[in-house]
Structures are given as C-alpha cells and as structure tokens.
Design a protein around this ligand. Structure first.
Ligand SMILES: *[C@@H]1O[C@H](CO)[C@@H](O)[C@H](O)[C@H]1NC(C)=O
Ligand SMILES: *[C@@H]1O[C@H](CO)[C@@H](O)[C@H](O)[C@H]1NC(C)=O
Length: 374
C-alpha cells in the first residue's frame, strides 16, 4: 500500500506538465539608417532617402520574420494566444522612436498573419490587422536607458575617469587617431568616435564601401572596443571594474519594476510586447546578474530584432517559475538562457523567488528623485 501511494505520487510528479501563464517579450527595432554621420562621409541623409535613424524595408522584413517566429511559439506551439487578434490577449508597448513603433507594427503583422478579425475584401490588405501600440511620454525612463538623468551621467563620468578605463583607452588610442585623420574630425577620445563607429555598422550592414582608412581589421577592432565601452559605461562589471548597481538601476529600474510587477497569475492579457532598443535589452540583462549579459549575448551588443523573453510558468505543485529566452537576430531560433540568470545555474525553469531575488534589488520606485545629482 505504501509502495503504491509513493508510485502514484511519483508518477503524478513526473507526468504533470508545467503550463505557461504569460510572456513578456522585449525586442530591438530592425535595421535602420544611421543616427547621424560626419561631413566627410559620402553616405549622407540624402543617400539613404530617409531621415536619420529610420527603420528600413530590411528592418520591416526582419520584424515580420520575428513575428512569425513568436507566432510559432505562442499561437501554434504553446497556444497561449489565439491566432485571431483579441484585445484581451495582448498588450503592445513601444519606445517613442518611429523605428520602434514601426517595428512593433511589422512584428505583429507576422504574429497575426492568421488573424480573422479584420474586414474581408473591400481592398483590405491580406491578413493584416491594425493593432494598438502604446507609448510613454518623453522623457521615457522605462524604455530609454539613455533618457536624461543627472545622477547616471555623474556615475558614467566617474567611470570614464577611472585609471583602468584610461589605461584601456590609451592602449587603443591609435584607432581614435586613425579616425581623426581619416575623417578630419578633432577627435581625441574613444567617446568621440563611438557614434560614428555605430554609423559604420549601419553602412556595413548595407554592404556599402567604407572609407579606405577603415580596414577590415580596424573595423573589427573598433566594433569590439566600442561594445566594451558601451557595457562599461552602462555599469557592467568589465575592465576590472565592479558592477555598478546604482547605474544599472537608473538605466533599467523602471522597466525592471514593470517586468517583475507582471510576474503574477493572469486573468487578462497573456502576452506583453515591448518594442525597444539594443540598450534596453542590455540594460535588462545587466540586472539579471553580474555575468548574465556576457553569458547571453557575449561581448557584442544585441543585433537587429534581437528578442529577450521572460515567460511565467506554473509548475505542477502550483509554484511559479521563470523561463528566459533569447535570439540575437530575427532568423536565429529562440534559445533558453534561464541558467544565465544569477542563482539559476543548470535550470531551464527557475523559481520565481530566485529570479525576483536578483531583479528586485534593481527596481526603482521614484526615478526623478533617483536621478538627482549628488
Ligand atoms: C479563437 O478565436 C476565434 C475567433 O474569435 C474563436 O472562434 C475560437 O473559438 C478561438 N479559439 C480559442 C481556442 O479560444
Ligand atoms: C572581422 O570579423 C568578421 C566577423 O566576426 C570575420 O568574419 C572577419 O574574418 C574579421 N576580419 C578581420 C580582418 O579580422
């Protein structure tokens, strides 16, 4: 009898499947034109035929693909959301930039490509449902880690003045000098060339011929050093500096509050989407543990349409758990990266209490107060 009870109990544990309750999906916008460039660049705004920082048709395509990938998981496989759009199912939010708004629209054109809730005929575009996309007001501290914040600027400047950083900059000062010479700009510091390096990434993504001083080796070195400096100035533990929790809080704390606030059982929307920036995705990962960003993305920055997902699951014993997923591009498959969260090593589903234990310390209640210079 005792044996029977135990075996019934065991088979119950083994056979019960966890069920998904909700998903919060953060994605970076798709391919865009550069944000700006230098006068010596042959590829000015007129070359692109679009304003600076605008989503391109490639960017739209990437998000259509991404939306189809999300549909495969949440509509077809897990059946979290109905194929036909319902306002009860999802809630879409976006950063204020047009490229983020358009990326969200393109993504959900893919996600809802089997939706029936739209006019039939009458010239209506095939399989397209217009969706509400919500935004914050400016300044948007929730989705823009670089929103104006005096205290964050102070800490960033402190980090840029540290000997470890100055040494690193000095080791690679020849690249800054090559950029100054090649462009005719009065550049002397790495910080001066960060933005133009980002412009080169856009030009390279479009197969454009880069200026002759930008050799393939110089390009690769520049992109890799740029990424190190971006992680460093955002508060990550790198270049022999410790993680700076205050800076991470200032850059991500409002969003971390939103994300953790939605880790609860649902009666309403089951899928939350946030159309944001690479900096937003990195800032979120910094708040998942000292090595989380490196473990999930590596030394680089999130690619176009990079997607980070927090799924909330109910385990067979009724407890709640988080599954973290990531894909660096629209084409890449989502991979489970839960074990990159601090305290979740070796787990595909990590107890909610463990995840909150790490995330809650980064929640910001009053960002205006926290941003005051000290
Ligand atoms: C999905 O939505 C359609 C159309 O509103 C409805 O007929 C169907 O019952 C829904 N399916 C599920 C599983 O809720
Ligand atoms: C630059 O990086 C790319 C991508 O990692 C690699 O394929 C290429 O060989 C590198 N080129 C040089 C000159 O290091």
């Amino acid at each position: 009898m005792k044996y029977l009870l135990i075996s019934i109990f065991l088979s119950h544990v083994v056979n019960a499947d966890p069920t998904i309750l909700s998903a919060q999906v953060l994605f970076r916008h798709g391919d865009r034109t550069p944000v700006t460039t230098v006068p010596s660049d042959p590829y000015q705004e007129s070359f692109w035929g679009l304003p600076w920082g605008t989503l391109t048709t490639q960017g739209m395509q990437q998000h259509l693909i991404n939306g189809l990938k999300l549909k495969a998981r949440y509509v077809d496989e897990l059946k979290l959301v109905n194929a036909t759009y319902s306002p009860y199912d999802i809630h879409i939010r976006s950063a204020l930039h047009d490229r983020c708004l358009q990326s969200a629209a393109a993504d959900f054109a893919g996600f809802y490509s089997d939706s029936k809730f739209h006019p039939q005929g009458g010239g209506w575009p095939k399989n397209w449902t217009p969706l509400p996309i919500h935004t914050n007001t400016d300044p948007d501290h929730e989705f823009e880690p670089d929103a104006p914040c005096a205290r964050a600027k102070q800490i960033e400047n402190e980090r840029l003045a540290r000997p470890e950083y100055l040494n690193y900059e000095q080791q690679h000062i020849d690249i800054v000098q090559a950029f100054a010479k090649g462009t005719g700009e009065p550049w002397t510091k790495w910080w001066d060339i960060i933005q133009y390096a980002g412009t080169l990434v856009c030009e390279n993504a479009h197969g454009l011929t880069l200026p002759s001083f930008v050799t393939p080796q110089l390009y690769n070195d520049t992109i890799s050093i740029r990424s190190t400096i971006i992680d460093y100035t955002a508060g990550m533990a790198i270049l022999q500096a410790l993680q700076n929790p205050e800076l991470i809080r200032l850059r991500a704390g409002v969003l971390i509050k939103t994300l953790t606030g939605l880790f609860r059982a649902y009666t309403d929307e089951k899928l939350y989407a946030y159309s944001v920036h690479d900096s937003t995705i990195s800032a979120t990962l910094y708040a998942l543990g000292v090595t989380a960003k490196m473990d999930v993305i590596g030394a680089g920055q999130p690619g176009y349409a990079a997607t980070l997902i927090f799924e909330l699951w109910k385990m067979d014993d009724g407890s709640l758990a988080i599954k973290l997923l990531y894909a660096n591009t629209a084409e890449e498959a989502l991979k489970t990266v839960t074990s990159s969260i601090q305290g979740c090593a070796g787990k595909a589903l990590c107890p909610l209490a463990t995840v909150r234990g790490i995330m809650d310390q980064f929640v910001v209640q009053d960002i205006d107060k926290a941003c005051q210079a000290q």
